[in-house]
Structure formats: C-alpha cells, structure tokens
Design a protein around this ligand. Sequence first.
Ligand code: BDP
Length: 695
Amino acid sequence: ASACARYGGSVRRRAAGPDEAPEAGADDGAGDGADEGGPYDLVLALTTAGPLPAVTETALAGFRRGPAPGDGPAVGPDIGPVIGTAGGDERIGDEGYVVARHEGVTVVLADSATGLLYGLFHLVRLGEEAFGAARPAEHHRPAARLRMLDHWDNVDVHPVMGQVERGYAGGSIFWRDGALRDDLTRVRAYGRLLAACGVNAVTVNNVNVHATETLLLTDRLRDVAAIADRLRPYGVRVHLSVNFAAPVALGGTATADPLDEDVRAWWAAVTARVYEAIPDFGGYVVKADSEGQPGPHAYGRDHADGANLLAEALAPFGGVVHWRAFVYNHRQDWRDRSTDRARAAYDHFTPLDGRFRDNVILQVKHGPIDFQVREPVSPVIAAMPRTRVAVELQVTQEYTGQQRHVCYLAPMWSEVLGFRPWGPAGPGVAHVVAGDVADGAAGGGLVGVSNVGDDPYWTGHPLAQANLYAFGRLAWAPSSDPAAILDEWIGLTFPAAAGGNDATGGDDGRLREALHEIMDDSCGTYERYTVPLGVGFMVRPGHHYGPDVDGYEYTPWGTYHFADRDGVGVDRTRATGTGFTGQYPPPWSEVYESLARCPDELLLFFHHVPYGHVLHDGTTVIQHIYDTHFAGVEEVERARLRWAELAGLVPDAPHARVRELFAEQLRCAEEWRDQVNAYFLRKSGVPDARGRRIP
Ligand code: BDP
C-alpha cells in the first residue's frame, strides 16, 4: 500500500471478517468491496517455500500472511483458478510473476521473492486499473536474464574525467571523497528504482580501473559488500570492474599472464574471498587491451585466454565475466586509409568464437564504433553463435546531448533490438541477447552505461530519467513500444498526468500529450541538428559536447568523415573500401555494399559520395544536410515553447530546471546547425536551394 501510494496509486482493502481483521496502517482507500465477500482486495503469494522479500513485507504491512508453505495452497481458495489459468504446474520462473484479478481479488503469484517484487511493481504501474475489472492471469517474465547497468564511477575524482566518467548527473551515488559514502540511503532508494524498472545487476565502478578502484577487489571489498547489502533486497546483484593486471598491481604475482599458475591461483583465492563477503556477487567486468587498459596481449595471449582465466575463478560460485569487445587501435596512423576502426571488434573476436567458457559473456557495444546517434548494428552480435553475447547501450548521454539536451533513446534502442541481422525471417538482436536463437549460445543480456548520479533528479536532466526507465523495460520486454514505455514513465513520474482525464485533479491529458510531443522523436531531432547520414564523431575532442566537424579528422582515433571539396563519407565497401560490409551476413552485406540499396540514414557510414548524390527521397546529400539542420533547430524551438506552456502542470522546480536546459539545448543546436552547414557550404561550394542564412 505504501509503495502504491508513493507512486500515486492506492490499494483498497475490504472490510475484514472477524478472524482476519488486519492491523491498522494499510487502508488508504475506499474499502468499498465488502459486498463481494472475502477479506482481501490484494493477495501476493509465493508458490514455493521461502520468505517474502523484506520490502514486500513492508508494503504489505497490515495484510495477513497466508498459511505457511507446506500447509496447502498459499492463500485460500481464490488462488486456485489463477494458478490454473497460468498454465498449471509450469514454473513461473525465477523473476517472473503471474498477475490476475479474479472474483474481486487482485492476485500476484511468484516462485521467488524477487518475482513477487516485480509483480508488485507491475501493480504500481497499473495503478487503480489493477483493482478494476476482472483480468485473466497474465504470466510475465524477463526476456533477458541479465539486465545490468554499468556505473563508470571512480572512487577518487579523476583529474580529467571527474568522478563519474561521462557522467552528467553530479557525483557518484556510491563514492565520495575517495571512499564509500557514509550514508547509503540513496543507494537503497536506487535499488528500489532499479527494481521498478526491471534492472537486476549493477557494476559499481568504471571500466577504466585506476589505482584506488583496483583495490575494491581486495582491501576495499567491504565497501562493495555494503553496497550489495543495500541493493540485495531489490533483487539487484553487484558486479565489479576489475583491472586485468590486478595480480601484479596488488603485489600478488610477478606477471598477469593468464596461463601462469600463480596468476590462476591468485584469482581463485581473491575470488573466493569476494564470495565470502558477498555470497550473491554477480561477477567481473573487464575492459582489456583497450584504450590503454592492460590485457592478455602483453603476454602473447588472446582475449579468450584472458576471459577464461577469470571465468575459471568465478565458475565455482556461479559468477560471470563480462568481457568487453570494445577493442581497437586508438593510436592508428590516420594517414593510412586502410585501417578501419569499425572492423576491429569483429576482427579480434570472431576467430575466438567457441573458445570462451560458459560463464563468459562478450559485451558488445550496439554499434561498431562508439555510441554515436546513428550507427549500424554491430556485426559482432551476429557472428559469435557459440559465445554468450550481451549488447551494451549508452544510457548516459555522452554523444547524445550530455543530459543537457532532451534525447529519449528508447526508439534507437528498440531499433537495435528489433534488427534482424540474418534478414526478416531470421532472429533479431533481442533474440541473441535472450539466448533465443536455434543452435545459439545462452544469452548474455542487456547492459547499459548508467546515467545516474547524486543529482536530486538522479539524472541531471529530469527528462533523462525516462531513458533509465526505458532501458530496464526494454531489457525485460524488448519488443515493447517506446512510446508506450514513455507513457508509463509519464504516469509514474508526474502525478498530474497520472490523474488523467478523471475529475480527481487530472490535467485532461495535456501533460501527457505535451511530453509525447517533446520526447517521442527527440532522438530524431538530435540526429537532425548534429551529424548527418550516419557519419558520426563531429564532436569536440575530449569531452564530446558540441560540434567540431574536423575535431577528430586528423587524429589517431580512427573516427573520420573524409569530407573534401567533392564529397563526404567513409567507403566501407568490399569493392573499393575497407571491406567492413563483408562482416555482415546476407542480406545486409549486400544491402550495405550497394549504393542504391543502402538505407539513407547510414549512407555516409558505408559510402563516400559526392555532395550531389541523390537520396531515396530525391534530395541531394548537401541539400539534406542543410534541410535537416534547419529542421532540427526548429524542432528544438517548438519543444522549448511546448515545455514553457507546462508551467503549473509540472512541479515548479523540475519545470525551471528543464526550462534552463532547453535554453542551452537551443543554443547548442544552433551552434551545430551553423558549424555543420557552414563547413559543408565552404567545402562543396553548393548554396542552399532555399537561400537560408548560412554563416
Ligand atoms: C567511450 C568513452 C570512454 C569510455 C569508452 C569505453 O568516451 O570514456 O572509457 O567509451 O566504453 O565512449 O570503454
């Protein structure tokens, strides 16, 4: 009841019979169902022996528990038919639940405490509807078993990257002044927030593991255990990013060679101690031989040797290694056009398919480069049938406006998850991560780089909360409609919108409608005023905020657009380019190879074309650049004005915060428009057909 009330819903309880008068405390509703018989409006029950989760107990304070497990059906006769319609004796599954409304009683059933908790949050989402008309039993369970957020948090404040690497929401919620925070109340609240979204795993430190953070594995393990204690009640397991060279760095061994016996023994012993402190510890995350992080290459070993070393140590305890596939040469010779960063992960990892232990998960960024607003889906996802693959998304908005711009990312993620690498008849990315591909490996789940910090709104930009929510919801149910997820988030977040059209203080749907207008296609808007047609990386070097068209063009990072006076784009074809298109299975290898068939939005990712090249809609590339940049800025201006109209419907403080951020977004969008348009006007010499002002 308290959970429902907090989220704007309510739990009504009937007048109780003489034997079952519940204690005071939970009845915050109308209590008008007495004539339907039976003492309860709501029953949450476990199908198996086991304690109720503590947080559910709290939420149910005042409700009677059913008979102890083993004494027959968990709670009275009402549940029988629900179990029947839910598929008889089929297990509901570790995190699953069944929800139904039957003869005036809303029932949530689960096999486990965590499942029950997810069922409770399902009711919170339904609000009043959960207690309305009868509903047949629905069985819900997550598509992906692992739904993880990686925190790029440093314990110490890093001199260049700050505390949260690529964090735009203040400091870390875990660490402060080089140590664990004294007060972990917020971490507990975070656990609840994550459970409400469906996230069940968290990595508490940055993938770039610096000196202090290396110690989390040993001397500072107690801190990790304290975080795990706060998150455990919400079904969230803790993982740790580890430094591959930790055995040497911590003074245990002379080498970190994965095939060395002392190194294996060191990891085994250290890992056993981790599990003594945190029995449900999730496992390790490793960025190895990437952007300066140590790895097995230094010892002439490969990524499979490295990953298997850690997997072997974790296996006795059921832990997993998330081994990142973000491996490329960041010191390449930019004058040599034959190197292609997009190819790197595939070239490194596909020869290793089949060599990874079962508890290794290869964590692959969704695109082949690095979280740009438009990239094709990484070909690695379809190329490792004998390896567990997880897809990594960037919830933190490093390249999508840094939580100063509104950019609702769910439509992009949903496109990625729905992408079918083997063509329309084959399975999709969502099936790969769920392990739902015939003859494929078990799934590795979905990982997101967290966008949360100690900001009072959690995410800096209050509307960026929707990205966190959508990440969890898509990991649970990848085919969910992004607009429907947003709709849920709006209802849960803004009490006025939750009131809907009724006479109880609702806003007649105005807020809901406006937020959809502002957010539904905000990622499309961002794409329009920033980088054209999939070319990527026209950002300011280092911090990656705002435009700098040539910022990376003559650097060793491998992210180029190759614009000159004649044309723009990267030739990644087999015929004349880097051959990257050949990393896809058909039909995509052919579609991307073909200038005629390549989707417009990815044209410059795959092809170098003249400015006069005509897109499928009849516009030339150069005119498309001008048009989209003008349109994007106009869309931001419309969204800004729309938001201004919501004063009074949204609480004052978040309203003011978003209003200020919109001013910055507009300024920055205009800067993007002007720099990109001016750059291409000067390179090409082709004027805007509509004669608009280009600086
Ligand atoms: C890049 C970020 C960098 C990360 C790196 C990674 O700019 O801060 O360390 O990804 O994923 O996008 O390891």
